[in-house]
Write a protein that binds this ligand. Structure first.
Ligand SMILES: CC(C)(COP(=O)(O)OP(=O)(O)OC[C@H]1O[C@@H](n2cnc3c(N)ncnc32)[C@H](O)[C@@H]1OP(=O)(O)O)[C@@H](O)C(=O)NCCC(=O)NCCS
Length: 223
């Protein structure tokens, strides 16, 4: 462990946790010391060398041992509610969410990013962007100037959010999708992977295709 580096717990030990642990290790201010997961089958294993100690019941013990910071290791392939729940459990326990940026991301100087949000490898975020809490801008995504991303949003890998777009709480923008400039994407909306969004998307709506049209999915949208 780096001397003076804050011990940090990773909440959720799925695939996204690998990216989060990588970014934590690249940031000398934090050291990932433990992961927690609601799936008991993962307990006792390690993820990227970090022990998965157990479930959230261990949060209090980790805090007593000096852990003050957390990162969210839950991603989301369409539904951001599990990641939101993980964030809220950690906040309720009194922990501080670490905003994490992979060192290969390219960011404008004026970026404002909320606690526990994550910007992945190779992502580009341009000027005037505001990112809320617990939001992911994943690998290689492009977030253009003046975009607003609400809390618990996932801009998945390779998506392009053109300038001035507003994305509501908990919305998912699928991998490789593109959203036309200055549109509004409602809270809890789902944009399917590879879509071209050329019109506003309502709250909890699901759209897909080129151009994007309403689709029926198995997912129950939540915001
Ligand atoms: C939209 C999505 C959630 C649908 O998954 P699903 O609930 O399992 O639904 P299905 O695959 O059964 O598709 C339901 C309908 O939507 C259509 N559809 C699914 N994905 C689509 C897409 N990307 N573009 C256009 N239409 C799509 C299907 O053709 C189907 O249409 P039909 O009812 O006319 O047959 C999924 O395709 C998706 O895009 N997930 C996002 C993945 C992602 O971003 N991962 C990133 C991880 S970093």
């Amino acid at each position: 462990m780096n001397v003076g580096s804050a011990p940090t717990v990773v909440i959720g030990a799925g695939g996204h946790a690998l990216s989060v642990i990588d970014a934590l290790r690249a940031d000398t201010r934090y050291t990932p010391v433990a992961a927690l997961d609601i799936d008991a089958r993962r307990w006792g294993a390690k993820i990227a060398g970090v022990p998965i100690l157990g479930g959230d019941a261990l949060l209090a013990r980790l805090i007593r041992q000096g852990v003050r910071h957390f990162a969210v290791g839950v991603g989301g392939i369409a539904d951001n509610a599990p990641r939101r729940a993980a964030f809220e459990r950690a906040i309720a326990a009194g922990l501080i969410g670490v905003p994490l940026v992979h060192p290969s991301a390219i960011l404008a100087e004026d970026l404002r990013i909320g606690p526990a949000s994550f910007i992945g490898p190779g992502a580009i975020v341009n000027g005037g962007v505001r990112i809320g809490r617990n939001t992911i801008v994943n690998t290689g995504a492009i977030v253009e100037h003046d975009v607003r991303l609400g809390d618990h949003v996932h801009v998945a890998s390779g998506a392009v959010i053109c300038g001035g777009v507003q994305v509501g709480v908990g919305a998912h923008i699928g991998a490789g999708a593109t959203v036309r400039q200055y549109l509004r994407i409602g809270a809890g909306a789902l944009v399917a992977l590879g879509s071209a969004v050329v019109a506003p998307v309502g709250s909890r709506a699901a759209v897909g295709g080129v151009p994007a049209r309403p689709i029926q999915t198995a997912r129950k949208a939540k915001s």
